[in-house]
Design a protein around this ligand. Structure first.
Ligand SMILES: Nc1nc2c(ncn2[C@@H]2O[C@H](COP(=O)(O)OP(=O)(O)O)[C@@H](O)[C@H]2O)c(=O)[nH]1
Ligand SMILES: [Mg+2]
Length: 210
């Protein structure tokens, strides 16, 4: 039974810890290279076309963007609240070294220190083998003790016959168990139910309600 999104709202932008939203709601962060499809994934998950800004200009989002989402795990359940954090894309070269260092520190502080953060969705492009920055991100997150869910997006750009292989290839390259990465397409809307199911499980709410 797919979850139902009740509401999804932009909460705030932050560039420093004092601007992280307060409250004890389970939070999920979305990381990946610029232009990989983070904002599109957030929009697809929340079923709102313009919740997170979708842009063709890489590297435009330079702050953390927080969203609050209310959903029902099933039609009879009471709504639950989760928060999503859209992180600035890494791997964008056209910024100064100084700016990049500040920006990396901001992201890493959040990923290391955010107490309510339950898991990080690491988004890779299904069409290409994971890049060095994807490996670096995974290594950083594992080192920080974070639960990571890898999602391979833009699946729609691959012929159906090649999708399963592309997913296995990405999993293998990242050293993941077969079947652990989620296939996704914001364009087709595929993968949203499976990703929501994982997010819902990772909130840690009682299994009887899930
Ligand atoms: N075909 C296809 N295009 C996508 C998908 N997800 C994102 N895009 C496109 O990729 C570009 C970057 O997307 P965006 O969500 O802004 O990436 P972000 O920089 O990671 O937030 C936009 O032109 C999107 O329309 C997808 O699943 N399939
Ligand atoms: Mg974006």
């Amino acid at each position: 039974m797919p979850i139902q999104v009740v509401s999804a709202e932009f909460l705030q932008t932050s560039t420093k810890p004092s601007e992280w939203p307060r409250g004890d709601f389970p939070e999920f962060a979305f990381v990946g290279r610029s232009n990989v499809g983070k904002s599109s994934m957030l929009n697809a998950l929340t079923r709102k076309k313009r919740l997170a800004r979708v842009s063709n200009t890489p590297g435009r989002t330079r702050a953390l963007q927080f969203f609050e989402v209310r959903y029902r795990p099933n039609p009879a359940a009471r709504p639950r609240v989760v928060r999503f954090c859209d992180l600035p894309g890494y791997g964008y070269a056209k910024v100064s070294k100084d700016e990049r260092a500040k920006w990396t520190a901001m992201i890493e502080d959040y990923l290391k220190e955010r107490h309510t953060l339950r898991a990080v969705v690491l988004i890779v492009d299904a069409r290409h083998e994971p890049m060095e920055s994807d490996h670096d991100a995974l290594q950083f997150l594992s080192g920080a003790g974070r639960m990571v869910v890898v999602a391979a997006t833009k699946m729609d750009k691959l012929p159906r016959t090649r999708r399963a292989l592309a997913l296995r290839t990405a999993e293998k390259a990242l050293g993941l168990e077969p079947g652990s990465a989620e296939p996704f397409s914001a364009e087709e809307g595929t993968g949203t139910d499976a990703l929501w199911a994982r997010i819902n499980r990772l909130t840690g709410a009682g299994a009887d309600e899930a």
